[in-house]
Design a protein around this ligand. Structure first.
Ligand code: PMV
Length: 300
């Protein structure tokens, strides 16, 4: 193997993914719903994979242990095993997050996409972007989308082995220069991880099935709005998908409420600004931060 470094950018879903397919093996990590995202220029992870005497994983200069560390090694195992029958060489994985980790700013998306690309090169696997997206998805659902820039759609797919659950780009960043302003409402790590939360919603939220059943129409409508470069139309779908997902989360037993008072304050501030004629639309993920979709000032 050789030493390889890769950079992947984080992405934020405009049409959300929440829930995993119940009929598929958990290791494939197949989503129950499709999603559509925007890749972010400003938030990224840089990861290096190199041969070493023993496995290690460091993030932002600190050794990582426990579940996150095990997830990284399991990811290396599945990439290596896709092309080799010999035992995987031991690796030193070094990541730098140019964004807050595990706080609802999609660090797992950029993290697993960067790890997939760096390991694929280090292991000299010649993978297509579709395969890179498929492998990234097995690490984290949203990571499948971070293989591409711009606006990206990930369909849930139907194949039992998940081969048709790969992301595809819809439009490049330069085709429609939208911006996403991140309102960081708190510091620290989110209380409920997405895998755990999705499982609990599927098991207990009365809104889970309606959420799954109505997602495809949001996906198609958002894609059409992107093709038409129609921000008010896209913004309405973005907010609807976000609030529908959070309603499903909040109706989970026990409730999953990622919002903080400052989150609601930011939402109302954006809505008040909209009354004044500013085109800003809110979305939130598995964390308290509010992201505002808007036009770049220089493009107004
Ligand atoms: O990819 P995960 O397992 O971190 O889940 C992402 C879930 C949301 O951020 C809430 C929505 C999404 O589509 O990114």
């Amino acid at each position: 193997m050789k030493t390889a470094t890769a950079t992947a950018h984080s992405n934020i879903a405009l049409v959300k993914y929440w829930g995993k397919r119940a009929d598929a093996p958990p290791a494939l990590n197949l989503p129950a719903v499709g999603s559509l995202s925007m890749t972010l220029d400003g938030l990224r992870t840089v990861t290096t994979v190199a041969a070493a005497g023993s496995d290690s994983f460091s993030l932002d200069g600190e050794a990582v242990s426990g579940k996150p560390e095990q997830k990284v090694y399991a990811h290396l195992d599945r990439l290596w095993a896709s092309a080799h029958e010999t035992p995987r060489p031991r690796c030193a994985v070094t990541s730098i997050n140019h964004l807050p980790t595990a706080a609802g700013l999609a660090s797992s998306a950029s993290g697993f996409a960067a790890l997939t690309m760096a390991a694929a090169t280090a292991f000299e696997l010649d993978l297509t972007t579709a395969r890179l997206s498929e492998f990234s998805r097995m690490g984290s659902g949203s990571a499948a989308r971070s293989i591409f820039g711009g606006f990206v759609r990930l369909d849930a797919g139907e194949a039992a082995d998940g081969r048709d659950c790969v992301a595809r780009p819809l439009a490049g960043a330069e085709d429609w220069p939208l911006r996403l302003v991140v309102v960081q409402t708190t510091r620290g790590v989110k209380p409920v991880g997405s895998t755990e939360g999705m499982q609990a919603s599927r098991d207990t939220s009365p809104y889970y099935q309606p959420w799954v059943d109505t997602s495809i129409q949001d996906l198609d409508a958002a894609q059409a709005a992107i093709e038409a470069r129609d921000l008010p139309r896209l913004g309405a779908i973005v907010e609807h998908s976000c609030f529908k997902m959070h309603a499903c989360m909040m109706a989970t037993v026990p409730p999953i409420v990622y919002w903080k008072p400052a989150s609601l304050g930011a939402i109302h501030a954006v809505w008040a600004a909209r009354e004044e004629g500013l085109h800003g639309y809110v979305t939130m993920d598995a964390g308290p931060h509010v992201k505002v979709l808007c036009l770049s000032l220089i493009h107004i």
